[in-house]
Design a protein around this ligand. Structure first.
Ligand code: GLN
Length: 468
């Protein structure tokens, strides 16, 4: 059921916050052993919160599942890493959690992810495998794979994820749910364990566009604890939701329909665009000429920032500490060697390299310049169109293990989602049908809608028309 249906039933007394949690626990016990979306959950403390839930609030009594890189007071926050799995407990609530609680919601359940959010499959979790509910042999996408899989598997009502280069939108697309990455600065990052601070944003994964709007409404807004969080008024994301697309101009970037895109994905995305045209949108071809450089740019900037952010994991302040070190340097080295998985090490090495003296200008400095060009591509496009429509990922969810020895292939599959983070603009993934892939089961595909900075209200309005 959608959040608004549950809210009606709560208000009429048909159900209670506790009965929702108990029902969810039953669904989790029945299906999550197969799906593997949950890393942990604390039913007892959630029930204690449910007993005091204020039903007059917009999300009163609604449990929300939380990606395991967002701090919730007193709970584990593993980031999918062995480093933090042993002995780390959050000493505070992230701002988004504080805001969810202030809107009456109950954080319930910690969702699997790629280690420190590095990946697109959730296979980089050091803790467990998460499977796509549509086909257990396939990835749920990532890095917010646990959040997306649980919402699709009906073991969560809605979830929070984080998106640095697609980690909300791509798993949403692969699992057939809605995923929204807000504009950079729209939602506070305070309490989100940082991967790449100039790219990270927290956002909702839900079963409907309306639910995504409700959650964005609760978590958006200024926070003095995050210096990059914008002091801009938060509009009403719900009132214009059903205004349709009549008269809106939607741009189709020609660079997003080139080689490498699966024909089933292309057909479904084109059909979704035709549907929006039939509802009165004007469709125009546009160009985002620097798209071909997005993957290279992102995979310099994101690892550079990660190598700096992850230096805090030193075996002293947080999590894993190696036994019997010879000296302090040995303690750092051993703790990091033992605590981090292979993809995280690859990113740290890559990031340290592009920042090192002699290479800084050639790689990091240059990537920053190309980032500006990518941002300008979007600024120019939004002079002509209200929003941009495209695929989310070039293929449906692939088989688990298929890219095990080929990280570059994995990086290339992020081509349609990375640019929104580099430009700081909002993006939403909304389901657009299913396709047969490799002769296998029907797998979901997603339509991506990108809008100008702080343009979430219109994105949600277009997504609502695409979903209906
Ligand atoms: N797949 C991208 C990466 O591996 C994006 C991950 C994310 O958005 N957190 O970096």
């Amino acid at each position: 059921m959608s959040i608004s249906t549950l809210r009606q039933q709560l208000l009429s007394g048909e159900i209670t916050p506790a009965s929702i949690l108990e029902r969810l626990s039953g669904e989790i016990a029945a299906r999550d052993p197969r799906t593997g979306a949950y890393l942990s959950r604390d039913l007892e403390s959630a029930l204690a919160e449910a007993a005091n839930a204020d039903l007059s609030l917009p999300l009163g009594g609604i449990p929300i599942a939380i990606k395991d890189n967002i701090n919730v007071l007193g709970q584990p926050c593993t980031c999918g890493s062995k480093f933090l799995a042993e002995n780390y407990t959050s000493p505070y609530d992230a701002t988004v959690i504080r805001k969810l609680r202030a809107a009456g919601a109950i954080p319930f359940g910690r969702m699997n992810q790629d280690e420190f959010a590095m990946g697109s499959s959730t296979e980089n979790s050091a803790l467990q495998t998460t499977r796509n509910p549509h086909d257990p042999e396939r990835i749920p996408g990532g890095s917010s794979g646990g959040s997306a899989a649980a919402v699709a598997d009906l073991t969560a009502i809605a979830a929070l994820g984080s998106d640095t280069g697609g980690s909300i939108r791509q798993p949403a697309s692969h699992c057939g749910v809605v995923g929204l990455k807000p504009s950079y600065g729209r939602v506070s990052r305070y309490g989100l364990v940082a991967f790449a601070s100039s790219l990270d944003q927290i956002g909702p994964l839900t079963r409907s566009v309306g639910d995504a709007a409700l959650i964005l409404q609760a978590i958006a807004g200024f926070d003095p604890a995050d210096s990059t969080c914008l002091d801009a008024p938060v509009p009403d994301y719900l009132s214009g939701l059903n205004d349709g697309v009549k008269g809106l101009k939607l741009g189709v970037p020609k660079e997003y329909f080139g080689k490498g895109i699966d024909p089933g994905v292309r057909n479904n995305v084109e059909a979704a665009i035709q549907k929006l045209a039939a509802k009165g949108a004007e469709i125009v071809e546009i160009s985002l000429p620097h798209t071909e450089h997005a993957v290279a740019t992102y995979y310099v900037i994101a690892p550079a920032e990660a190598s700096s952010n992850l230096s805090r994991f030193d075996g002293i302040r947080y999590g894993h500490r190696a036994a019997n070190p010879a000296n302090i340097l040995d303690l750092y080295k051993k703790s990091r060697e033992e605590g981090f998985g292979p993809e995280v090490k690859r990113r740290i090495i890559l990031g340290t390299y592009v920042l090192s003296s002699g290479y800084y200008d050639a790689y990091y400095g240059r990537a920053q310049k190309v980032r500006t060009l990518i941002r300008r591509d979007f600024e120019n496009a939004f002079q002509q169109v209200d929003a941009i429509v495209s695929p989310v990922a070039p293929t449906p969810a692939r088989k688990i293990g298929a890219f095990a020895d080929d990280p570059l292939h994995e990086y290339l599959s992020d081509i349609f989602t990375l640019s929104a983070n580099l430009a700081g603009i909002p993006g939403i993934s909304v389901p657009c049908g299913v396709t047969d892939f490799d002769g296998g089961k029907s797998l979901p595909t997603g339509l991506q809608i990108l809008g100008p900075h702080l343009g979430e209200a219109k994105l949600l309005q277009i997504a609502r028309a695409a979903e209906g």
